[in-house]
Write a protein that binds this ligand. Structure first.
Ligand code: URA
Length: 205
């Protein structure tokens, strides 16, 4: 299920991200700004139950979120989205998956996996800046499924149609949230027009 989130704030901040003159400092700020708009939308389907709450005046109805929520940035660019997501839901737990792109095969190779205990009810949100070939995310998703995950959501700022198609074909049950769908991939598997190397631009490397 593909969800394209558009909003004037998201689109104007994305424009700053795309601009090659944008400094790392401003790049990070824009990622946080977009992430905070996206988090609001992405978390709106969390399961809840009705509870009673005592106000100073009387008892009334409220709700509480019933599932464990885990945010997992894909190292390293995905780390940029963690602060706005944690700010929106500080009760979430955090995992980290490190996947390196093999520059010859363009396949994702896992080099780090540290994720809290998950079960089939856990709501997992994979945070990534660029959904390009989908290789890194497919690798993360298949590993999480082996760990028992059943509710995985992908959050990516910019996506290529190729990556979306690949995830949708291999894992049609997974919800993908993105702020932009770009034209496609170039011969080096970078998203075009894109924003370049998200990790480098975020970290100033
Ligand atoms: N990763 C990036 O950082 N940029 C792209 O365009 C594709 C993958």
């Amino acid at each position: 299920m593909l969800n394209l989130l558009n909003h004037p704030i998201i689109e104007s901040e994305l424009t700053k991200l795309r601009d090659k003159r944008t400094s790392s400092e401003l790049f990070r700020q824009s990622v946080v700004s977009i992430g905070s708009c996206m988090a609001y939308e992405v978390l709106k389907n969390l399961p809840t139950r009705e509870i009673q709450v005592e106000t100073p005046l009387e008892t009334t109805k409220g709700i509480e979120i019933t599932s464990k929520v885990v945010f997992i940035p894909i190292l390293r660019a995905g780390l940029g989205l963690l602060p706005p997501f944690m700010k929106k839901y500080p009760k979430a737990e955090v995992g980290y998956i490190g996947i390196r792109r093999n520059e010859t095969t363009f396949h994702g190779e896992e080099y780090y996996f540290n994720v809290p205990e998950i079960n089939s009810e856990t709501r997992i949100f994979l945070l990534e800046i660029m959904l390009a070939t989908g290789g890194s995310l497919i690798s993360a998703i298949s590993r999480l499924k082996l760990e028992g995950a059943a509710h995985i959501n992908v959050v990516a700022l910019i996506s290529a149609p190729e990556g979306i198609e690949r995830i949708a074909t291999e894992y049609p049950e997974i919800a993908i949230y993105t702020a932009a769908i770009d034209r496609g991939l170039n011969e080096k598997k970078y998203i075009v027009p894109g924003l370049g190397d998200a990790g480098d631009r975020l970290n100033g490397t």
